[in-house]
Write a protein that binds this ligand. Structure first.
Ligand SMILES: Cc1ncc(COP(=O)(O)O)c(C=O)c1O
Length: 483
């Protein structure tokens, strides 16, 4: 045997690492505590872009200088979604407590797949809590995912397998000579179409149903279209309802969709990426009650539950249907009767991935530390802020509300009498970019019925009412200056 010391990635001096680790934790708390005084966004300067062009490091670098590089080139240039005046797309803001949970989970470095470890119990408990939060039966199965896109895909695969009697899993789509069709509204998130593409069904298998003036799916048209598809020999298999559309926060008539799914023996899936949690607000209880009737539900924890990225969840009412879509056996994953890593239970039987991180810990600590009531109160607060912004817009002669504010998304724009659509579009785009470039506030944009519109999606636990006065003031001031 040689006398050369064997290699390991653990430090030779733990105390040095500890010291800088403590410094990092202190700095990050200060950073989050002070985030309101920072710009929402600033561009990554050329110097930092160049820093990321360095070649593969072959030699070690001490952690202190790496931390300096992080503070110089990375930390000052975030997406912005931790800031109180960020309302772009639909992005959650995270919490300092879950930041700690991320660190603890990374230390354990658990691969949360097969049982025999507490991390599996944590995820199972989190899934049970999620069922309670959104009104799903306790017998349902579930899985934490990277986000709602993966959660939707995971559910739609289960839908395809269940409705086709498992034939597609065995034989591929050739098993179904008739085109399988899935229905969603024209306002559904593009991840539904992407799921159909990934599943080999093709985008043409997604029948996008027109919406009413509230941006909700037209169920009268849906039924007609299903009947036409049946008459044409197609194979309808799934209806996807929205509990909060990405564009405007509209909630589809979910109980009508549930009834149609039952009538035509289709799988009923709901994309509740953020809106599913509004079910606990009494005012939305009826509109969202049909979540409890769905065969599956997808939602995000990294949006309105403020869990740091990434964390989504899928719940499936029929555990057997869920497992049948995914379970596999393999010699190297042989299942034993007893204890450690027995593999009797495996999250790998409920989704696409085998190795999975310990996402559950940050969700578990978030729910335990803050309590579910806190989230109901915060969701209420964001809805009240959306209504306040919506009213402020309606009261201002130079602002126009471009969609009803159904939940937490406010669609609006700066207008002047006589401006053609191109001019309104150009000015509003500039308003949005100016606010971003000045680090003042971030909203995103969308097109509604051909009209370019600004869009504030409020899932931010750091926002205050005064921030929305500031937003209105900024949009109007920029509009005057740019118009
Ligand atoms: C309604 C809806 N569905 C799905 C998604 C996709 O979620 P994720 O980005 O977590 O994959 C979003 C994202 O904003 C959404 O709003």
């Amino acid at each position: 045997m040689s006398n050369r010391p064997e290699l390991s990635l653990d430090p030779q001096n733990w105390d040095t690492l500890k010291q800088i680790g403590h410094q990092m934790v202190d700095d990050m708390f200060d950073y989050l505590n002070n985030i309101r005084n920072e710009p929402v966004w600033r561009p990554v300067p050329e110097r930092s872009k160049e820093y990321f062009e360095e070649d593969l490091p072959q030699r070690p670098q001490d952690i202190a200088s790496l931390y300096e590089a992080f503070k110089t080139h990375i930390l000052p240039y975030p997406q912005g979604n931790i800031h109180p005046r960020f309302w772009g797309w639909v992005m959650g803001s995270g919490t300092p407590v879950a930041m700690l949970a991320e660190m603890l989970a990374a230390a354990m470095n658990s691969n949360v797949c097969i049982d025999g470890q507490a991390a599996v119990l944590v995820e199972q408990q989190v899934l049970n809590w999620c069922k309670q939060l959104v009104g799903f039966p306790e017998t349902a199965s579930g899985l934490l995912t990277s986000g709602a896109s993966m959660a939707n895909l995971t559910a739609l695969i289960a839908a395809r397998e269940h409705i086709s009697g498992g034939s597609v899993r065995r034989l591929g789509l050739q098993a179904e000579p008739n085109r399988m069709v899935l229905y969603c509204s024209m306002e559904a998130h593009h991840c539904i179409r992407k799921a159909a593409e990934v599943m080999g069904l093709g985008a043409a298998s997604v029948s996008m149903i027109p919406v009413d003036d509230q941006y909700r799916m037209r169920t009268d048209l849906l039924e007609e279209i299903i009947q036409n598809d049946l008459a044409a020999g197609r194979f309808p298999f799934c209806i996807v309802g929205n509990a909060g559309t990405v564009n405007t926060g509209a909630i589809d008539p979910l109980s009508e969709l549930a009834a149609l799914a039952r009538k035509y023996s289709l799988w009923f899936h709901i994309d509740g990426a953020f809106g599913a949690f509004a079910r606990n607000i009494p005012e939305y209880a009826d509109t969202l009650a049909a979540i409890g009737e769905a065969d599956s539900l997808a939602f995000d924890l990294h949006k309105w539950m403020s869990v740091p990225y990434e964390a989504g969840c899928v719940l499936i009412r029929d555990e057997t249907a869920h497992r049948k879509a995914y379970e596999q056996t393999a010699n190297y994953l042989i299942r034993h009767e007893r204890q450690q890593g027995s593999g009797q239970f495996s999250f790998g039987d409920y989704g696409i991935e085998l190795s999975r991180g310990f996402k559950a810990l940050k969700v578990w600590m978030t729910l335990k530390h803050y309590g579910a009531f806190a989230f109901t109160a915060l969701i209420k607060q964001n809805i009240a802020q959306a209504r306040y912004l919506s009213e402020s817009v309606q009261q201002h002669p130079q602002l126009e509300l471009t969609a009803p504010t159904a939940l937490n998304i406010v669609c609006f724009r700066y207008v002047r009498p006589g401006w053609p659509e191109e001019k309104t579009r150009a000015v509003n785009q500039e308003i949005m970019l100016h606010m971003r470039e000045k680090g003042a506030a971030i909203v995103s944009a969308t097109i509604l019925k051909g009209r370019y519109t600004l869009r504030a999606a409020i899932v931010n636990h750091r926002s205050r009412m005064e921030d929305f006065d500031f937003l209105v003031e900024q949009v109007v001031r920029n509009g005057h200056e740019l118009g």
